[in-house]
Every structure is written in structure tokens, then in C-alpha cells.
Write a protein that binds this ligand. Structure first.
Ligand code: NDP
Length: 485
């Protein structure tokens, strides 16, 4: 019997599901059991061509609709997503392995937030009037054209919506390629947009590996590429986009610092560290994986952290009591286990976890290392799994310098009751998305994105509009034209 997660076909182009079984089969594995639940096929060149030509053809008419009309469609799509939250969350759990306890509140819901927010902004994307005596200049905020979205595997619904909603609000069309690891959820977003009234072709989904992503990025018809992925992929995609002078948004990886001063509320700080390391089993780009704890509270912090981490419930992700799911794939599990071994070898002190859980699926116990030093591999490289490194520090000046000593700059957090210090420290940290006495909140109203190697551009908020549109300026002369001859 066909599994309920099996989509009708692999791709969604021009308002309908499309199949081409000549493409390489991509098995969809449920991470909690290792069982194959679906198969899709990578896009063939013919499918890529169909998606791009369709999106190109649909864009002009979409951009000519009023912002109010476009916005209404996006907001209708948001309503449909909320109505179907349960089914979409189950699918997200099949796609990623993340527990239903999370997907019910974090995925289709945040996708709906993006559709609603950008739907609301669509009608207010106006220009300026610049008076110049009798003459004037007016500006128009115009769509970029055809945009490509490429997603990572940790938030397949959210990423499709974080890219699709602002792109469509501005009058662009999009071809979206999900990660080959999680191909299911973006298809539902495409289906829902059509149901909400979006014209066929404005949001299309094609499956495939990096090769398909590469074909999309290099196509001359494409005006903009928005990637969520790792730094190495980001460098390749950015370089390929530069060849065609395309706009880019790069949402890449991190190794973010979370700084806990000795005056912090310990339980809130432990809560922040748990949210910033173990949500989605640590598979979150903005995670605060370098937890700097001031020496005075170190052992108290570690004791409370170990106690609360012991309350994590590993198990069937479809059971709403489960609070901690598996790694997305066996490969990702092995990568993370490799980092745990490195941590042990390089002399970090294991506080809890540190091994594969004794159960089916790709579960790793939530793992905390203490006495981690700046030079250790686990403190320098993005692990993308449930591995928290706790480092000690003495002074503010020292911790800020150490926190900034990384190629990454996605997020940063600080816990302290001293608000002057909190703002000063955040001001000195090289990061794009920061938190004071909190960690990993990502409301659609706030800009999201990194500095340094962690990215270019911002998603969410009004900032995203700037990255999916461009300004045309028009000089209007009222009098005669003066010329030298
Ligand atoms: P990857 O960089 O491996 O892949 C990202 C996407 O790019 C995938 O769809 C991938 O396809 C595609 N891709 C790979 N090579 C190319 C290429 N040459 N041209 C075009 N597309 C290509 O990242 P992961 O999927 O492993 O995701 C984890 C990474 O994503 C982490 O580094 C994480 O920090 C980052 N991330 C960043 C976020 C942010 O907002 N800053 C949010 C979430 C994750 P395929 O997978 O099929 O090979």
C-alpha cells in the first residue's frame, strides 16, 4: 500500500503535479524508523526547462496584478495552511523526523505567518515622489523577475514560505528546489498557493540534488537566487550567481556564541541553551553551540543543564509527548557521532549524552561537553546536531573577543541581568540575529540573517522586501530640454 506521505508526483509546475520518471530516483526515508516512505525523481533537464519557462511566462502578469490582489491570495494561502496545520505537521515530521510536538507549532504555522505578513505588505510597496523645482523624480518598487529558491532540509515548509512569500508579494515568480533529503513539504506549499488563487506558474517546485540547483542558478532567465544551506554550498552558488550578475540572498551556517554572565537567571539561561542547542535535535542554523559560561556559575549551570537535559523524551516523533527526535538521515547521524568522538579525543569533559540512542532510527542523545577550549574541533566547526559545547570565561572583554573569533556570524545571545552590559555586549558581537535573555526566536516581523561567512541579505520583515525587489527612478521634465547643440 502506498504510504500517505507519497506525493502525487515529484514536481509541481504550472499549477499541477508533474512527473518524469527518467530522473534519478530519490528515496524519502523516515528518520525515526529508517523505512522508505516515498520516492521522488530528480528533475531532468526537460523538467528544469519546463519549470523555468513556465515561471518566466507567469511573472509579468502576476506583477501587473495590484498588491492588494496578490496579498489576498497569500493571506488566503496562510488561512488554508493554518486549517490544515495538523496534516501538514504530520508530513513535516515524515519529511524531517522532527517530533510532532515541534512541527505542530513551528513549521506550517511559521510558513503561514510569512504568507500572512508578506500578504499584508504587498499592497504597501510604494515608491517616493522627489520634487526638483518644477520637475520631479518618482520611484517605483519593482519585482526582480524570476527567482530561484534553494532549501536546506531542516525546515522544508518554513524555508519554502520564507522565500516564496516575500518573492510573490513583490510580484516575482519562483522555482523552488527543496533539499533532496526533504522533498515533500514544499509541494504542499505550491498546491495550497494554487488553491488560494495564485495563477499557475508563479510558484513551482522541482526536485533534485546540487546538480539541479546548479542548473537553476546558472540559467540566464533567472534574476535572483535565495539559498539556505551550508557555507561551502553558499560560496559555490554565490559565485555562479555572480557570473550572471544575479541578486542573491545567502542564509548559511553558523557557530554562534551564547554568553552567560554570572548574574544571569540560571534557569532561564539553561532554557536558552537548551532551545539553542537541542530544538529540532540541534539541526538549526542559528544555534548557540558555543555556550560561554562565566566561571563563578559554571558548575551550578552544568548541574542544572544536565538535570533538565535528562528530561528530554526521545521516542516516536508522532507521539506528542516526544520532545526530541532523530537526526534527519543516517549520514547526518554519522557526521554528528564523528564530532562527538572528536570532542572526547580532544579532551572535552562529557557531561551527558555522547552516543547513539539505543532505539530504532537515527537518534543521538542530547550531548553536553564542558571544559571545551576555543581550539577544539567541536568549538570551531558547525556540527548541526545535538552537541553543546560549554566554554569558561572570566571577563567581558575576553569573551567578546573569543566569541567573534570565527568565520561565522549568524547569531549571538547574552544572558545577564545587567541591561547596560547586555546591550554593550550585543553591540560588540559580530552577528546578524541576536538575543538578550532569550535564544532562537524567529518571528516573521524581525529580520533574520547573518554577517561574515554566514550570509548575505536578510529574510523576513520589511528587509526581505528589499531583497526581492528593486527601485526604478523616473525623472519627469516639465519644461523644454536644453542641449549644447
Ligand atoms: P547544503 O549546503 O548541503 O544544501 C543546501 C541546498 O543547496 C540543498 O537543496 C542542496 O541540494 C543544494 N545544493 C547543493 N549544492 C549545490 C550547488 N552546487 N548549486 C546549487 N544548489 C546546491 O545544506 P544542507 O541541506 O545540508 O543544510 C544544512 C546547512 O544549512 C547548515 O550549514 C545550516 O547551517 C544551513 N542552514 C542555514 C539556515 C539559515 O537561515 N541561515 C537555516 C537552515 C540551515 P541537495 O541537498 O539535494 O544536495
Amino acid at each position: 500500500m502506498t504510504h500517505p506521505a507519497q506525493p502525487k508526483a515529484s514536481h509541481f509546475i504550472n499549477g499541477e503535479y508533474v512527473e518524469d520518471t527518467a530522473g534519478t530516483p530519490i528515496p524519502v526515508i523516515y528518520a525515526a524508523t529508517g523505512e522508505q516512505i516515498a520516492t521522488v525523481h530528480a528533475a531532468t533537464p526537460a523538467i528544469v526547462e519546463q519549470a523555468l519557462s513556465t515561471a518566466k511566462a507567469a511573472q509579468k502578469a502576476w506583477a501587473k496584478m495590484t498588491g492588494t490582489e496578490r496579498g489576498r491570495i497569500l493571506r488566503r494561502a496562510a488561512d488554508i495552511m493554518r486549517e490544515r496545520n495538523h496534516d501538514l505537521s504530520v508530513l513535516e515530521t515524515y519529511d524531517t523526523g522532527k517530533p510532532l510536538q515541534e512541527t505542530l507549532v513551528a513549521d506550517a504555522t511559521s510558513g503561514a505567518d510569512a504568507l500572512e505578513y508578506f500578504g499584508g505588505l504587498a499592497a504597501s510597496l510604494t515608491g517616493e515622489h522627489i520634487p526638483l523645482g518644477e520637475d520631479w523624480v518618482y520611484t517605483k518598487r519593482e519585482a526582480l523577475g524570476l527567482c530561484v529558491g534553494i532549501g536546506a532540509w531542516n525546515y522544508p515548509t518554513q524555508i519554502a514560505c520564507w522565500k516564496g512569500a516575500p518573492a510573490l508579494a513583490c510580484g516575482n515568480s519562483m522555482v523552488f528546489k527543496p533539499s533532496e533529503t526533504t522533498p515533500l513539504c514544499a509541494l504542499k506549499v505550491a498546491e495550497i498557493l494554487i488553491e488560494a488563487g495564485a495563477p499557475a506558474g508563479v510558484f513551482n517546485v522541482v526536485q533534485g540534488m546540487g546538480e539541479v540547483g546548479g542548473a537553476l542558478v546558472t540559467d540566464p532567465r533567472v534574476d535572483k537566487v535565495s539559498l539556505t544551506g551550508s557555507v561551502p554550498t553558499g560560496k559555490k552558488v554565490y559565485a555562479a550567481a555572480a557570473e550572471g550578475m544575479k541578486h542573491v540572498t545567502m542564509e548559511l551556517g553558523g557557530k554562534s556564541p551564547l554568553i552567560i554572565f554570572d548574574d544571569a537567571d540560571i534557569d532561564n539561561a539553561v532554557g536558552g541553551a537548551i532551545n539553542g542547542n537541542f530544538y529540532s535535535s540541534g539541526q538549526v542554523c542559528s544555534n548557540g553551540t558555543r555556550v560561554f559560561v562565566q566561571k563563578g556559575i559554571k558548575e551550578k549551570f552544568l548541574a542544572r543543564l544536565a538535570e533538565r537535559t535528562g528530561n528530554a523524551i526521545l521516542g516516536d516523533p508522532m507521539d506528542e509527548a516526544t520532545s526530541f527526535g532523530p537526526m534527519v538521515t543516517e549520514n547526518q547521524m554519522n557526521i554528528v557521532l564523528g564530532y562527538i568522538e572528536k570532542g572526547k579525543e580532544e579532551g572535552a569533559r562529557l557531561i551527558c549524552g555522547g552516543r547513539r540512542a539505543d532505539m530504532d532510527g537515527y537518534f543521538i542523545e542530547p550531548t553536553v561537553f564542558a571544559d571545551v577550549t576555543d581550539d577544539m574541533t567541536i568549538a570551531r566547526e558547525e556540527i548541526f546536531g545535538p552537541v553543546m559545547s560549554v566554554l569558561d570565561f572570566d571577563t567581558e572583554e575576553e569573551v567578546v573577543a573569543r566569541a567573534n573569533d570565527t568565520e561565522f556570524g549568524l547569531s549571538a545571545g547574552v544572558f545577564t541581568k545587567d541591561f547596560t552590559r547586555a546591550h554593550r555586549v550585543i553591540g560588540n558581537l559580530e552577528a546578524g540575529s541576536c538575543f538578550i535573555n532569550s535564544y532562537n526566536d524567529a518571528p516573521v516581523e524581525a529580520p533574520f540573517g547573518g554577517v561574515k561567512a554566514s550570509g548575505v541579505g536578510r529574510e523576513n520583515s520589511k528587509e526581505a522586501i528589499k531583497h526581492f525587489s528593486q527601485v526604478k527612478s523616473v525623472y519627469v521634465r516639465m519644461g523644454d530640454v536644453e542641449a549644447a547643440f
